[in-house]
Design a protein around this ligand. Sequence first.
Ligand SMILES: *Cc1c(COP(=O)(O)O)cnc(C)c1O
Length: 395
Amino acid sequence: MRPNMLPYSKQIIDDNDIRAVVDALESKWLTTGPMVELFEVMFCEATGSANAVAVSSGTAALHAAMFAAGIGPDDEVIVPAITFVATANAAVYCGATPVFADVCKDTLLIDPKDVVRKITDQTRAIVAMDYGGQPCDYRALREIADRHGLVLIADACHSLGATYHGNQVGTLADLNCFSLHAVKQITTGEGGVVTTHDSDLAAAMRQFRNHGIDSDHRTRSRKNTHAYQMQTPGFNYRLTDFQCALGLSQLQKLESFTAWRQQVAGLYDELLTSHPLIVPLTSLSDRSNARHLYVVRCETGDAGPSRDAIFDQMRRLDIGVNVHYQPVFQHPFYQRLCGNIDHQCPNAEAAYETILSLPVFPTLDENQVKRVVATLADIVLPSKTVQRNSGLIAG
Ligand SMILES: *Cc1c(COP(=O)(O)O)cnc(C)c1O
């Protein structure tokens, strides 16, 4: 990366984080120790959930949730067309087939009406992904899930810290999956968490993250026994104690991180309100947005620069924009698995042509936000010295 590149996201690590990790490294337990449990307890407290299971990534969280939900071969899992590939991959790990539902045009959140259209006799679960940090329409999705006897899973990898109708993300679905990857709301480097109100599901996931074995190392050591039994072929999806120590320290900053992200987004909103061609996604008033991403649609049409031309030019000017995401079914693996399903999710396909994620992270300041908007506006509506249709700024 270029030294002066403003990233689209980055982690914020302070001295307390570093001290917490060093303390854990100097303690007796590097993994399956007391920090894991403590982190889970504090994660429950932060999200208002009853059970939290820490795992090694957001992807592992999705896999564990689908395992606990009993997803298996011959099942279909409805996932949004616009999401990170891991959402759909987790269904594939369980032998199930992901079925892609379209997203709403203005929010890019899964469209409950299209979810209903995609339900078959084989459907077992719906995965709601809180795109950009904004919770999905959980009232509608819960009603659909209950009516059809489906499990509702939240891919909340963007939305830690957000609320829907006053309820916190982490309590909105049967199983709620979080990522603690470096660019997410808080980080443990790599890591993940699943929350659930159901303690049986939590117990199943604790076993699943530990090879399917029914006791962990610390429990056996406490009971002075070597014996254990493996119940199902699980995985090693454990999160280490030093990562949990970092997670605990990061959790204390979740509220201030979220407030900072919301302030950045508020400033973008303000600076872009009257721009005719740069249109931010809609934030709905019945929920709060954790602002993992700040996404605009470049409505430049055929005469103006394409999204990719804007992307290239922004990057050349050291502004780290990004695109979240190409519709998952367009990837070669899903083209082979699901066949060609182009045109079944028209909003997702159209959105992919225009969306651009602008930098948003705690510590991003007002001048940087203004620079991003000014640079973008310059590229989108080039000054008169620039040839029409070129889509590029001279020089
Ligand atoms: C980050 C992310 C994941 C995967 O999380 P990892 O921790 O990187 O495995 C899954 N879904 C969404 C929507 C994400 O943004």
